[in-house]
Design a protein around this ligand. Sequence first.
Ligand SMILES: Nc1ncnc2c1ncn2[C@@H]1O[C@H](COP(=O)(O)OP(=O)(O)O)[C@@H](O)[C@H]1O
Ligand SMILES: [Mg+2]
Length: 258
Amino acid sequence: MTRIITFLSGKGGVGKTTISSNVAEALHEAGKKVIIIDANITTPNLSLHYGLDEKGPSLHDVLNGKVKINDVIYKTHTGLMVIPGGLSFNNLKAKIKKTLSKSLIDLIGKFDYIIIDASAGLGRETEMAIKASDEMVIVTNPELPAVTDALKAKKMAEEYRVSLLGVVLNKATGLDFDLDSENISEFLELPLLGIVPHDINVRRSIKDRIPVVASYPDSKSSKAIKAIVNRIAGEELFIPDKPDKGFFKWFKTILGLK
Ligand SMILES: Nc1ncnc2c1ncn2[C@@H]1O[C@H](COP(=O)(O)OP(=O)(O)O)[C@@H](O)[C@H]1O
Ligand SMILES: [Mg+2]
C-alpha cells in the first residue's frame, strides 16, 4: 500500500522542507521505496536541499499536461526519488490542466511512501497538496506565530478529511522562551510526533546539499528525525537511543566509575 503523507505548516520557514526531506531520506535509508514531491510550485526549494539540477521539467509541467509524471522523477546521489516543483517561467500563464491527485495515480503501488512537501501559507498550492494526500503531518516551531498558523493549517486539512498523524516541533531550543511541547500538542489537539532541536548541523547539511540524516547521522536532529520516522512508519526502522544513557553516564562519572 502506498501512503501519501503531506507535511504542512501554515507559516513559512518553520522547517517543512527540512523535516519532509529528512523523513523521506531516512525512510529510503531504511529500505522503503520513497518519492518526495515539492508541491511548492511558485517558490520551490526542495531541489536545493538535495543539490539537484533545476533546469529540467518539473511538477509544474506535469500539471500543465506537458509531460508525464514519470518524466520528472529525478534521483539524488543517495538514490532517493524526487519530483521538483520548479516553475518554468515561459510557462507561467499556462493553465493547470491536471490535479496533483490525478497526476499521482501513476505512482500509486510503485512506492511505499509518497512524501509531499507543501508550500507555505494556506493558498491554492497548499490546498492542492492536501487534496492529493491521505495523511498529514503538521510542522511547527515552539513559538506562538508558528503554532497559531499550524492551527489554521490543521483546520484546513480537516476540511478535506485527511488523517492527521500529529505535530512535529522543530527548532526547539529548550530555553525558557520556547512554548511547552505538551501545551502545543493540547492546543492543536494533535499527538506530538517528536521534537527536533535547533541544530547547527541542519544548516551545515543544507550547505552540503545532503539531508542531515545522511550527512550528520549522529547529530541530535538526525536522531530526533529517525525517532519520528519510527513513529510515522509504525515500526522500529531505527534503533532508538537508550533514553537513560546520558543520565547513567553522568551518574557513573560522579561515582568516579568513568
Ligand atoms: N532543526 C533545525 N535546526 C536549525 N535550523 C533549522 C532546523 N530546521 C530548519 N532549519 C533552518 O530553517 C530554515 C527554513 O527551513 P525550511 O525547511 O526551508 O522551512 P520551510 O520549508 O517550512 O519554509 C532553513 O534555512 C534551515 O536551515
Ligand atoms: Mg519549504
